[in-house]
Write a protein that binds this ligand. Sequence first.
Ligand SMILES: [Zn+2]
Ligand SMILES: [Zn+2]
Length: 287
Amino acid sequence: MTARNQVTPKLGAHMSIAGGVDLAIERGVSIGCEAVQIFLKNATQWRGRNISGTEARRFRDLRKCSGNVPVFAHASYLINLGVENPRSVAALVDEIERADLLGVPFIVLHPGSHLGAGETAGLTCVARNLDEVFAATASSKVRIALETTAGQGSCLGHRFEHLAEIIRRVEQPKRLAVCVDTCHLFAAGYDIRTRGGYEMVMKQLDGLPVVAFHLNDSKKPFGSRVDRHEHIGKGFLGLEAFRCVLRDARWRGLPMVLETPKGEDMREDVENLRVLRSLTFPSTRRM
Ligand SMILES: [Zn+2]
Ligand SMILES: [Zn+2]
C-alpha cells in the first residue's frame, strides 16, 4: 500500500453527506475510495443544518479508522465572490468554520461570475471578498482551492491567468490553492487529449499550488465552454488525458476525485475507479 501511495494519486469520488457527514466516509470506503470530496451542507441552499459536536466527532473517528483517508470539501454553488455580495462572504465563512470543525484542510470553490461587469472587475472583486473571508477566519488553517472552470457565461477561472491573478491580489495568498478539473480544462479550451497537448497545458499551469484534481470526462466537445461531466473514457476527452494525469510525477499522492453521474449503489463510481486504476503505471496498480 505504501509503495502505491508514493507513486500514484489517491483516487476517489464525491460522496453524499445524506444522513450525516460521517456517512460520506463510510460510503467512500465501502467502494474503495482513497480520497473523498464532500459538501459541508446542502450545496443548493443558503442555510444548512448545523454539524453537531457528536457528528463531528464521529466523522473524525471514522476518518482515523479508515487510515486517514484524505477528505476535502466543495463549496456551495450559490456562493459567488465575483460580485459584491455580503451573503456569499458570510456563507463561505460559515463553510470554513464547518471545515475547521471536521478537520477538513481545504474547500474547493468556483472563483465566481462577474455577471457582466467584466473579467478585471470580477477578479478584483473575488480577491477583495476573499480578503474579507480570510480576515473573518483569521485563526483557521483551512485553505480555499480555486477550481479551474469551464467558462460558462460570465464565469471566471477558465484561464490559469485568472487564478494566478486572484492569488497575486489577495493579502494572504498562502490560504489559496488550486483544484484542476479535467472536464473544465477541456471545455475551456485547454487540449489535454494527447501527451503533447497535455504537457503544453501543464507547463502553463506551472507555479500554481495544485492540491487536488477532479477527474471527469466531458459530455461536450473541445472548447464548448459548457460544463457537463461524463464517465471516464465515455466522453470527448478520452482515456489518454487521464493516463497522462495519473502517471504524472508532479501529482504524486494528490487526492483526485470523480464528480460523474451516479445512482444510489454507486456502481458507476466503481466502474470509473476501475478504469482510472487501469491507466496508472502497471507496477503501482491496486487489484
Ligand atoms: Zn469539478
Ligand atoms: Zn463541472
